[in-house]
Design a protein around this ligand. Structure first.
Ligand SMILES: Cc1cc2nc3c(=O)[nH]c(=O)nc-3n(C[C@H](O)[C@H](O)[C@H](O)COP(=O)(O)O)c2cc1C
Length: 186
């Protein structure tokens, strides 16, 4: 699979079935994050791979109500970083940009390995902090829900989520977000 194929294949599926989380998979995904670009090579990202059943169960408490489907995850990757870990150039703050790029590497590699890796913002950072003993000065930026895509649509999904399972949510057209040689408000 080439990069464009992985980009096309990646979807935020919500119907999941279990997949075995092996040390090889953890190393593979970690290496893909490791090779990501970052400002001054600061590498501000931190990832907690939660896959032991007892810890995964605890993480369920942190999920928002619309994310019930994520309880079928075989692994939840907790994406962490901190402003001070990366470049701050006047009003430009880069830690979330760089951590997002590293996370995208993980997501695309997981996709290539035929896994679902679905980032979510619908969780309680406070609960995640309590469960994993993360201090307040570290940002809990996202969770990435990992599993295998199930063809059987999850019964906990809303109508809108069921629709998104079948068809990729619409994108804005290229002309709305691309500019050539000059920028104009569109
Ligand atoms: C930062 C971020 C937060 C998201 N939060 C949630 C979420 O809480 N629950 C959810 O079901 N999907 C969540 N998503 C997935 C998006 O809804 C999904 O990517 C979007 O609808 C496009 O669908 P596609 O990724 O399948 O193309 C999130 C995605 C991103 C990047």
């Amino acid at each position: 699979m080439n990069v464009k194929q992985a980009i096309r294949k990646r979807r935020a599926y919500r119907s999941l079935e279990p997949v075995k989380i092996t040390p090889e998979l953890l190393k593979d995904l970690s290496e893909c994050a490791q090779l990501s670009a970052s400002c001054f090579n600061n590498q501000p990202w931190r990832f907690v791979f939660v896959y032991e059943p007892m810890m995964l169960n605890k993480m369920h408490e942190a999920l928002s109500s619309g994310n019930e489907w994520a309880k079928k995850a075989s692994m939840i990757i907790v994406v962490l970083s901190k402003k001070e870990y990366d470049c701050i150039i006047k009003d430009r703050i880069y830690y979330q940009f760089d951590t997002g790029m590293a996370t995208a590497n993980i997501i695309l590699r997981a996709t290539e390995l035929n896994l679902v890796a679905h980032p979510i913002a619908g969780y309680s950072p406070k609960k995640v902090r309590e469960i994993l003993n993360i201090s307040d000065d570290i940002d809990v930026i996202a969770l990435v829900i990992v599993g295998k895509h199930s063809k059987t649509i999850s019964s906990v999904l809303s109508d809108k989520q069921v629709e998104a399972e079948k068809n990729r949510p619409k994108r804005i057209s290229l002309d709305k977000f691309t500019f050539f040689n000059e920028y104009r408000i569109k």
